[in-house]
Design a protein around this ligand. Structure first.
Ligand code: PGA
Length: 236
């Protein structure tokens, strides 16, 4: 079964979150995970839903105002965190922190969902595979192979996030195939790769023809629970 992660980003009020949880809590989607703002994670866990953090501190504990530590997420019952989302790389210089954040999560036996992907210019200049390879290498740096196995990758071309522009199936298949082969050859394990970038109910039928995708990271289309449920039901 494919993994589906709804990334709410910085959206939804407390009231909207309550309605959202009410809608999903009695349903039995064991492959669907929710990544709300960290202040709402506890509510998802309490409702028996799978909660994913959108980010984690690069530091273990201490004087880092505003940060949330991996051990604190783990204490709540959160076992997954997104790391290196392109919005964090763009606005918060996460490129340099991704490796440390992954290490913090692995120390807590949590599973990182590592986002990687090229921008439009890198795609146009045919540099996208180089970019992908560098992002993996940087993220995996100095981590023992046995721990790397807990990492999931989300391939998210930046030019597709929130734009409604979706790569062709061939373009997605090429990159996912490349990631899987690279990780297998260099780190000797089979990594799961999600696709993310404008996944919605209009394009899902086409995306579902991709053979090597293990799931989806969904932004905008996860914000309305009925739309998200439709999407879930269109994914096999
Ligand atoms: P989008 O966002 O589905 O709204 O394009 C995806 C993401 O950023 O994870």
């Amino acid at each position: 079964m494919k993994l589906i992660v709804g990334n709410f980003k910085m959206n939804l009020s407390y009231y909207e979150i309550e309605k959202y949880i009410d809608f999903f809590k009695e349903k039995d989607y064991s492959n669907v995970f929710f990544a709300p703002s960290s202040i709402y994670l506890q509510k998802f866990v309490d409702a028996g839903l799978y909660a994913v953090a959108q980010d984690v501190s690069a530091y273990e504990v201490g004087a880092y105002t505003g940060d949330v530590a991996a051990f604190q997420l783990k204490n709540l019952g959160v076992n997954y965190s997104i790391v290196g989302h392109s919005e964090r790389r763009k606005y918060y210089h996460d490129d340099e922190l991704v490796n440390k954040k992954i290490i913090r999560l692995l120390e807590q036996e949590m599973k990182p969902i590592l986002c990687i992907g090229e921008n439009k210019e890198e795609r146009d200049n045919k540099k996208y595979l180089e970019v992908i390879e560098k992002e993996i290498k940087d993220a995996f740096n100095n981590i023992q192979k046995e721990y790397l196995k807990d990492i999931i990758i989300a391939y998210e071309p930046i030019w597709s996030i929130g734009t409604g522009v979706i790569p062709t199936n061939e373009e997605i298949e090429e990159v996912i195939g490349y990631i899987k082969k690279y990780v297998k050859e260099k780190y000797e394990f089979d990594i799961k790769v999600l696709y993310g970038g404008s996944v919605n109910n209009k394009c899902i039928e086409t995306l579902e023809k991709i053979e090597n995708v293990d799931g989806y990271l969904v932004g905008g289309c996860s914000l309305k629970y009925e739309e998200f449920e439709n999407l879930i039901n269109n994914i096999h």
